[in-house]
Design a binder for this molecule. Structure first.
Ligand code: PGA
Length: 250
């Protein structure tokens, strides 16, 4: 059985005290949750404290990014090795905002995936098309190309530590959620692509998350689709009740 995962991507939101309060509220709210791996991705500067608070819980700590370099003279960057040293277990890589605003390519994401895995951090690897690509019916080929680039030289053993998030860019932060059918057909397509390269068992065990304006009101229908294994949640993860309600949607 593959893992059900609901991950909160806080992006560049909340002050430190607000973030710590949200973590504590999520811990409280999650006590009755079973069967779902919760993950939260606060900003880097909150990670160490978050790690200490989350240590005795089942909630996983993620970072929102890491650099594609091992270590050295890269002013302002944060490495996978550093994240590992403070107990970070997951890292979001290839988010569309990183691609759009910071020039991240599939090749760079591939380098980051390899470093994250080297330091025992599970990458949550994002893919998804922009609106004109969907309107031109190019969404499948766009996502296939992203997956191919990001998984370059990734071994079957490594894939079992990777999570994929399908996030149609037109749905992120727009309030326009993909329909359950749109999510299912893309998730199925992604699973097939992984199956073609890595075989049935690995593809079947891969968790594929949906992201893009996922809310308590929309999560249920999406999460019930057979190839949807959870969500990567932005805006709604900043509210503990909404985040927990989404995790209760399976
Ligand atoms: P959203 O963001 O839920 O606010 O649309 C999702 C994401 O970017 O991961």
């Amino acid at each position: 059985m593959r893992k059900k995962i609901v991950a909160g991507n806080w992006k560049m939101n909340l002050t430190f005290p607000e973030g710590i309060k949200l973590i504590n509220d999520i811990i409280q709210g999650s006590e009755s949750l079973s069967d779902v791996q919760l993950v939260i991705a606060p900003p880097f500067t909150y990670s160490h404290e978050a790690s200490k608070i989350l240590e005795k819980t089942n909630i996983g700590l993620a970072a929102q990014n890491c650099t594609n370099n091992e270590e050295g003279a890269f002013t302002g960057e944060i490495s996978a090795k550093m994240l590992n040293s403070i107990g970070v277990k997951y890292v979001i890589l290839g988010h569309s905002e990183r691609r759009a605003y910071y020039g991240e390519t599939d090749e760079i994401v591939n380098e980051k995936i390899k470093l994250a895995l080297k330091y025992s951090i599970n990458p949550i690897v994002c893919c998804g098309e922009v609106l004109p690509e969907r309107e031109n019916n190019e969404h499948f080929s766009v996502v296939a190309k992203q997956i191919k680039g990001m998984f370059y030289e990734i071994t079957p053993k490594q894939v079992s530590n990777i999570i994929i998030a399908y996030e149609p860019v037109w749905a992120i932060g727009t309030g326009k959620t993909a329909t359950p059918k749109q999510a299912q057909e893309m998730h199925h397509f992604i699973r097939e692509a992984i199956q073609n390269s890595y075989g049935h068992e690995i593809a079947n065990n891969l968790s594929i998350l949906y992201g893009g304006s996922c809310k308590p009101s929309t999560a249920k229908d999406i999460f019930h689709k057979s190839d949807v294994d959870g969500g990567l949640i932005g805006g709604a993860s900043l509210n503990a009740d909404d985040f927990i309600n989404i995790a209760n949607s399976f």
